[in-house]
Design a binder for this molecule. Structure first.
Ligand code: ZN
Ligand code: ZN
Length: 357
Protein backbone atom coordinates (compact mmCIF):
# COMPACT_ATOMS: atom_id res chain seq x y z
CA UNK A 1 0.00 0.00 0.00
CA UNK A 2 1.28 3.51 -0.75
CA UNK A 3 2.37 5.70 2.14
CA UNK A 4 -0.67 7.93 1.90
CA UNK A 5 -3.23 5.14 1.59
CA UNK A 6 -1.54 3.30 4.44
CA UNK A 7 -1.61 6.35 6.70
CA UNK A 8 -5.28 6.88 5.86
CA UNK A 9 -6.17 3.25 6.63
CA UNK A 10 -4.32 3.67 9.93
CA UNK A 11 -6.82 6.39 10.92
CA UNK A 12 -9.90 4.20 10.40
CA UNK A 13 -9.97 2.34 13.77
CA UNK A 14 -9.86 5.60 15.74
CA UNK A 15 -12.68 6.95 13.61
CA UNK A 16 -14.65 3.76 14.40
CA UNK A 17 -14.71 2.75 10.74
CA UNK A 18 -14.16 -0.49 8.85
CA UNK A 19 -13.83 1.32 5.54
CA UNK A 20 -13.90 4.83 4.13
CA UNK A 21 -15.51 6.00 0.91
CA UNK A 22 -13.56 8.96 -0.49
CA UNK A 23 -15.50 10.96 -3.08
CA UNK A 24 -13.97 14.42 -2.79
CA UNK A 25 -11.81 14.62 -5.92
CA UNK A 26 -9.00 16.53 -4.21
CA UNK A 27 -8.79 13.82 -1.57
CA UNK A 28 -9.00 11.15 -4.27
CA UNK A 29 -6.09 12.84 -6.06
CA UNK A 30 -4.08 13.06 -2.86
CA UNK A 31 -4.53 9.35 -2.13
CA UNK A 32 -4.31 7.87 -5.62
CA UNK A 33 -2.69 10.41 -7.97
CA UNK A 34 -5.80 10.47 -10.19
CA UNK A 35 -6.53 13.91 -11.70
CA UNK A 36 -9.70 13.19 -13.71
CA UNK A 37 -13.19 14.41 -12.89
CA UNK A 38 -15.04 11.16 -12.07
CA UNK A 39 -13.46 8.77 -9.61
CA UNK A 40 -13.76 7.47 -6.08
CA UNK A 41 -11.59 5.56 -3.64
CA UNK A 42 -12.49 2.96 -1.03
CA UNK A 43 -10.04 2.37 1.79
CA UNK A 44 -10.04 -0.57 4.16
CA UNK A 45 -7.83 -2.97 6.11
CA UNK A 46 -8.33 -5.60 3.43
CA UNK A 47 -7.28 -3.33 0.58
CA UNK A 48 -7.86 -0.16 -1.37
CA UNK A 49 -9.97 0.21 -4.48
CA UNK A 50 -10.20 2.96 -7.07
CA UNK A 51 -13.22 3.22 -9.38
CA UNK A 52 -13.71 5.37 -12.48
CA UNK A 53 -15.84 5.12 -15.63
CA UNK A 54 -14.77 4.06 -19.13
CA UNK A 55 -13.76 7.61 -20.14
CA UNK A 56 -10.92 7.63 -17.62
CA UNK A 57 -9.76 4.02 -17.60
CA UNK A 58 -6.60 4.81 -19.55
CA UNK A 59 -5.80 7.93 -17.54
CA UNK A 60 -6.30 5.97 -14.33
CA UNK A 61 -3.93 3.24 -15.56
CA UNK A 62 -1.22 5.90 -15.90
CA UNK A 63 -1.94 7.91 -12.78
CA UNK A 64 -3.40 5.74 -10.05
CA UNK A 65 -1.02 4.38 -7.43
CA UNK A 66 -0.39 0.64 -7.82
CA UNK A 67 -1.57 0.11 -4.24
CA UNK A 68 -5.13 0.52 -5.50
CA UNK A 69 -7.13 -2.18 -7.16
CA UNK A 70 -8.45 -0.32 -10.24
CA UNK A 71 -12.01 -1.01 -11.33
CA UNK A 72 -14.24 0.29 -14.08
CA UNK A 73 -17.72 1.32 -12.98
CA UNK A 74 -20.71 2.87 -14.68
CA UNK A 75 -21.02 6.67 -14.90
CA UNK A 76 -22.78 6.43 -11.53
CA UNK A 77 -19.74 5.16 -9.64
CA UNK A 78 -21.77 4.61 -6.49
CA UNK A 79 -23.08 1.38 -8.00
CA UNK A 80 -19.55 -0.02 -7.61
CA UNK A 81 -19.18 0.76 -3.90
CA UNK A 82 -20.67 -2.40 -2.41
CA UNK A 83 -18.67 -5.05 -4.20
CA UNK A 84 -15.17 -4.46 -2.75
CA UNK A 85 -16.50 -4.17 0.82
CA UNK A 86 -16.06 -7.09 3.22
CA UNK A 87 -19.06 -9.32 3.96
CA UNK A 88 -20.93 -9.00 7.24
CA UNK A 89 -21.66 -5.74 9.05
CA UNK A 90 -19.52 -2.82 7.83
CA UNK A 91 -19.22 0.67 9.26
CA UNK A 92 -18.53 2.67 6.09
CA UNK A 93 -17.41 6.27 6.53
CA UNK A 94 -18.36 8.87 3.95
CA UNK A 95 -17.11 12.46 3.66
CA UNK A 96 -20.11 14.37 4.92
CA UNK A 97 -18.69 17.78 4.01
CA UNK A 98 -18.46 16.68 0.37
CA UNK A 99 -21.51 14.44 -0.15
CA UNK A 100 -24.79 16.01 -1.26
CA UNK A 101 -28.09 14.95 0.28
CA UNK A 102 -28.98 13.37 -3.06
CA UNK A 103 -25.76 11.33 -3.18
CA UNK A 104 -26.28 10.21 0.39
CA UNK A 105 -29.83 9.04 -0.43
CA UNK A 106 -28.57 7.23 -3.51
CA UNK A 107 -25.89 5.44 -1.47
CA UNK A 108 -28.40 4.40 1.18
CA UNK A 109 -30.67 3.06 -1.55
CA UNK A 110 -27.86 1.10 -3.25
CA UNK A 111 -26.18 -0.42 -0.19
CA UNK A 112 -27.66 -3.31 1.81
CA UNK A 113 -28.63 -2.74 5.42
CA UNK A 114 -25.57 -4.51 6.79
CA UNK A 115 -23.55 -1.49 5.66
CA UNK A 116 -23.90 1.38 8.11
CA UNK A 117 -23.12 4.83 6.67
CA UNK A 118 -21.16 7.02 9.06
CA UNK A 119 -20.55 10.68 8.24
CA UNK A 120 -16.97 11.82 8.97
CA UNK A 121 -15.10 15.10 8.44
CA UNK A 122 -11.45 15.95 7.86
CA UNK A 123 -10.03 12.42 7.83
CA UNK A 124 -7.99 12.81 4.63
CA UNK A 125 -7.79 16.58 5.13
CA UNK A 126 -5.88 15.98 8.38
CA UNK A 127 -3.25 14.00 6.47
CA UNK A 128 -3.10 16.61 3.73
CA UNK A 129 -2.37 19.35 6.28
CA UNK A 130 1.07 17.86 6.99
CA UNK A 131 3.23 18.24 3.90
CA UNK A 132 6.08 15.89 3.09
CA UNK A 133 9.32 17.18 1.55
CA UNK A 134 8.23 16.56 -2.04
CA UNK A 135 5.01 18.50 -1.49
CA UNK A 136 6.91 21.41 0.04
CA UNK A 137 9.23 21.33 -3.00
CA UNK A 138 6.24 21.74 -5.30
CA UNK A 139 4.91 24.62 -3.21
CA UNK A 140 8.34 26.25 -3.10
CA UNK A 141 8.44 26.00 -6.90
CA UNK A 142 4.93 27.44 -7.23
CA UNK A 143 5.80 30.37 -4.94
CA UNK A 144 9.04 31.12 -6.81
CA UNK A 145 7.28 31.04 -10.15
CA UNK A 146 4.52 33.36 -8.89
CA UNK A 147 7.08 35.76 -7.40
CA UNK A 148 9.01 35.95 -10.69
CA UNK A 149 5.76 36.76 -12.49
CA UNK A 150 5.02 39.65 -10.10
CA UNK A 151 8.53 41.06 -10.49
CA UNK A 152 8.04 40.91 -14.26
CA UNK A 153 4.68 42.69 -13.92
CA UNK A 154 5.98 45.45 -11.65
CA UNK A 155 8.91 46.17 -13.97
CA UNK A 156 6.34 47.11 -16.60
CA UNK A 157 4.63 49.66 -14.35
CA UNK A 158 1.19 50.07 -12.75
CA UNK A 159 0.07 53.68 -13.29
CA UNK A 160 -2.26 54.11 -16.29
CA UNK A 161 -2.94 50.39 -16.67
CA UNK A 162 -6.25 48.80 -15.69
CA UNK A 163 -6.65 46.35 -12.84
CA UNK A 164 -7.99 43.80 -15.30
CA UNK A 165 -5.05 44.13 -17.73
CA UNK A 166 -2.62 43.67 -14.87
CA UNK A 167 -4.44 40.64 -13.48
CA UNK A 168 -4.63 39.00 -16.93
CA UNK A 169 -0.93 39.74 -17.62
CA UNK A 170 0.05 38.25 -14.29
CA UNK A 171 -1.99 35.10 -14.88
CA UNK A 172 -0.73 34.76 -18.46
CA UNK A 173 2.87 35.18 -17.32
CA UNK A 174 2.50 32.44 -14.70
CA UNK A 175 1.02 30.08 -17.31
CA UNK A 176 3.71 30.80 -19.88
CA UNK A 177 6.42 30.23 -17.26
CA UNK A 178 5.09 26.77 -16.40
CA UNK A 179 2.21 27.08 -13.94
CA UNK A 180 -0.65 24.63 -14.58
CA UNK A 181 -2.99 27.48 -13.75
CA UNK A 182 -3.18 30.44 -11.44
CA UNK A 183 -4.17 29.18 -7.96
CA UNK A 184 -7.21 31.47 -8.17
CA UNK A 185 -8.18 34.50 -10.28
CA UNK A 186 -5.56 37.12 -9.42
CA UNK A 187 -6.76 40.12 -7.41
CA UNK A 188 -5.50 43.55 -8.44
CA UNK A 189 -7.36 46.24 -6.51
CA UNK A 190 -6.36 49.91 -6.36
CA UNK A 191 -7.38 52.64 -3.93
CA UNK A 192 -10.83 52.23 -2.35
CA UNK A 193 -11.34 48.96 -4.25
CA UNK A 194 -8.48 47.51 -2.20
CA UNK A 195 -10.68 47.87 0.89
CA UNK A 196 -12.63 44.81 -0.36
CA UNK A 197 -10.62 41.75 0.69
CA UNK A 198 -11.92 39.71 -2.29
CA UNK A 199 -12.14 42.43 -4.92
CA UNK A 200 -12.48 41.49 -8.61
CA UNK A 201 -10.24 43.45 -10.97
CA UNK A 202 -12.06 46.29 -12.78
CA UNK A 203 -11.63 47.91 -16.18
CA UNK A 204 -10.38 50.99 -14.39
CA UNK A 205 -7.03 52.67 -14.94
CA UNK A 206 -4.85 52.98 -11.88
CA UNK A 207 -4.04 56.64 -11.11
CA UNK A 208 -0.83 57.77 -9.44
CA UNK A 209 -0.86 58.02 -5.63
CA UNK A 210 -2.89 54.90 -4.78
CA UNK A 211 -2.08 51.70 -2.96
CA UNK A 212 -2.66 48.59 -5.06
CA UNK A 213 -3.39 45.23 -3.42
CA UNK A 214 -2.18 42.29 -5.52
CA UNK A 215 -3.11 38.78 -4.33
CA UNK A 216 -2.03 35.95 -6.63
CA UNK A 217 -0.64 32.45 -6.78
CA UNK A 218 0.48 29.68 -9.13
CA UNK A 219 -0.30 25.96 -9.22
CA UNK A 220 2.57 23.53 -9.84
CA UNK A 221 2.17 19.70 -9.67
CA UNK A 222 -1.32 20.36 -8.26
CA UNK A 223 0.07 22.43 -5.36
CA UNK A 224 -0.86 26.08 -4.90
CA UNK A 225 0.94 29.17 -3.75
CA UNK A 226 -0.78 32.21 -2.25
CA UNK A 227 0.81 35.61 -1.68
CA UNK A 228 -0.26 39.25 -1.37
CA UNK A 229 1.74 42.42 -1.77
CA UNK A 230 0.41 45.96 -1.47
CA UNK A 231 2.38 48.28 -3.73
CA UNK A 232 2.28 52.07 -4.05
CA UNK A 233 1.45 53.21 -7.59
CA UNK A 234 3.35 56.48 -7.32
CA UNK A 235 4.02 58.14 -3.98
CA UNK A 236 1.18 57.72 -1.44
CA UNK A 237 0.14 59.97 1.46
CA UNK A 238 1.37 59.68 5.00
CA UNK A 239 -1.65 57.85 6.35
CA UNK A 240 -1.43 55.15 3.70
CA UNK A 241 2.25 54.71 4.50
CA UNK A 242 1.54 54.58 8.22
CA UNK A 243 -1.25 51.97 7.87
CA UNK A 244 1.13 49.99 5.69
CA UNK A 245 3.67 50.10 8.51
CA UNK A 246 1.12 48.74 11.01
CA UNK A 247 0.20 45.84 8.74
CA UNK A 248 3.85 45.04 8.09
CA UNK A 249 4.66 45.02 11.79
CA UNK A 250 1.67 42.71 12.42
CA UNK A 251 2.68 40.45 9.56
CA UNK A 252 6.21 40.09 10.90
CA UNK A 253 4.85 39.33 14.38
CA UNK A 254 2.50 36.71 12.91
CA UNK A 255 5.33 35.01 11.00
CA UNK A 256 7.44 35.17 14.17
CA UNK A 257 4.75 33.29 16.11
CA UNK A 258 4.57 30.36 13.67
CA UNK A 259 6.24 27.28 15.18
CA UNK A 260 5.28 23.71 16.03
CA UNK A 261 2.87 23.59 18.98
CA UNK A 262 1.55 27.14 18.49
CA UNK A 263 -2.23 27.41 18.41
CA UNK A 264 -4.06 28.94 15.44
CA UNK A 265 -5.63 31.46 17.82
CA UNK A 266 -2.30 32.34 19.41
CA UNK A 267 -0.63 33.07 16.05
CA UNK A 268 -3.64 35.13 14.98
CA UNK A 269 -3.40 37.14 18.22
CA UNK A 270 0.30 37.85 17.73
CA UNK A 271 -0.60 39.89 14.65
CA UNK A 272 -4.09 41.06 15.66
CA UNK A 273 -2.96 42.57 18.99
CA UNK A 274 -0.67 45.01 17.14
CA UNK A 275 -3.42 46.05 14.73
CA UNK A 276 -5.83 46.54 17.64
CA UNK A 277 -3.26 48.56 19.58
CA UNK A 278 -2.88 50.85 16.55
CA UNK A 279 -6.66 51.42 16.60
CA UNK A 280 -7.57 49.39 13.50
CA UNK A 281 -8.91 46.23 15.17
CA UNK A 282 -12.36 46.46 13.58
CA UNK A 283 -10.80 47.08 10.14
CA UNK A 284 -9.10 43.64 10.20
CA UNK A 285 -12.21 41.52 9.68
CA UNK A 286 -10.76 38.16 8.63
CA UNK A 287 -8.59 35.45 10.14
CA UNK A 288 -4.81 35.75 9.94
CA UNK A 289 -4.29 32.83 7.63
CA UNK A 290 -5.20 29.43 6.25
CA UNK A 291 -3.55 26.21 5.19
CA UNK A 292 -2.56 25.84 1.53
CA UNK A 293 -1.79 22.74 -0.51
CA UNK A 294 -3.77 20.94 -3.21
CA UNK A 295 -6.44 23.51 -2.34
CA UNK A 296 -5.88 27.22 -1.77
CA UNK A 297 -7.87 27.12 1.46
CA UNK A 298 -7.42 24.05 3.64
CA UNK A 299 -6.41 23.08 7.18
CA UNK A 300 -5.07 24.35 9.50
CA UNK A 301 -6.64 27.78 10.15
CA UNK A 302 -5.10 30.73 11.93
CA UNK A 303 -7.95 32.70 13.51
CA UNK A 304 -9.68 33.48 16.78
CA UNK A 305 -12.09 30.59 16.08
CA UNK A 306 -9.42 27.99 15.37
CA UNK A 307 -8.62 25.06 17.66
CA UNK A 308 -5.82 23.92 15.35
CA UNK A 309 -2.32 23.45 16.69
CA UNK A 310 0.56 23.85 14.24
CA UNK A 311 2.81 20.91 13.41
CA UNK A 312 5.98 20.55 11.36
CA UNK A 313 4.97 20.34 7.69
CA UNK A 314 1.89 22.56 7.92
CA UNK A 315 1.84 25.16 5.14
CA UNK A 316 -0.07 28.29 6.10
CA UNK A 317 -0.48 31.88 5.01
CA UNK A 318 0.11 34.83 7.31
CA UNK A 319 -1.98 37.67 5.90
CA UNK A 320 -3.11 40.49 8.12
CA UNK A 321 -4.92 43.41 6.49
CA UNK A 322 -6.46 46.75 7.30
CA UNK A 323 -9.42 47.79 5.15
CA UNK A 324 -10.65 51.37 5.32
CA UNK A 325 -13.97 51.54 3.39
CA UNK A 326 -14.09 54.10 0.55
CA UNK A 327 -10.40 54.88 1.09
CA UNK A 328 -7.86 52.08 0.70
CA UNK A 329 -6.79 48.66 1.89
CA UNK A 330 -3.48 47.05 2.82
CA UNK A 331 -2.80 43.32 3.03
CA UNK A 332 0.58 41.57 3.21
CA UNK A 333 0.58 37.78 2.85
CA UNK A 334 3.38 35.25 2.96
CA UNK A 335 3.15 31.50 2.52
CA UNK A 336 5.20 29.71 5.18
CA UNK A 337 5.96 26.10 6.09
CA UNK A 338 6.27 25.10 9.75
CA UNK A 339 9.75 23.73 10.55
CA UNK A 340 11.32 22.28 13.72
CA UNK A 341 12.36 25.71 14.98
CA UNK A 342 9.84 28.10 13.43
CA UNK A 343 9.01 28.40 9.78
CA UNK A 344 10.43 28.72 6.29
CA UNK A 345 8.98 31.63 4.30
CA UNK A 346 8.29 30.50 0.74
CA UNK A 347 7.39 33.98 -0.53
CA UNK A 348 10.52 35.86 -1.61
CA UNK A 349 9.29 39.35 -2.57
CA UNK A 350 10.41 42.09 -0.18
CA UNK A 351 7.82 43.57 2.16
CA UNK A 352 9.01 47.18 2.55
CA UNK A 353 6.56 49.56 0.86
CA UNK A 354 7.63 49.74 -2.78
CA UNK A 355 6.75 52.63 -5.08
CA UNK A 356 6.14 51.65 -8.70
CA UNK A 357 5.22 54.24 -11.33
ZN1 ZN B 1 -3.97 35.36 -1.04
ZN1 ZN C 1 -4.62 33.58 1.43
Amino acid sequence: MSGRAQRAVGLLPDAGLDALLVTDLVNVRYLTGYTGSNGLALLGESGCTFVTDFRYVEQAAQEVDAAFDRRRGERDLLEAVEEPLPSGPVRLGFEEAHVSVRTYRRLRELLPERIELVGVVDVIERLRAVKKAAEVDSMRGAAALADDALRWLLERGLVGRTERELALDLEQRMRSQGAEDPSFPAIVAAGAHGALPHASPRDVEIPSGELVVIDWGARVDGYNSDCTRTVAAGAVDEEAASVYGVVLEAQLAGVGAVRPGAGGREVDSAARDLIEAAGYGSEFGHGLGHGVGLEVHENPRLSQRSDDVLAVGNAVTVEPGIYLPDRFGVRIEDLVVVTDDGCEILSSIGKELTVVE
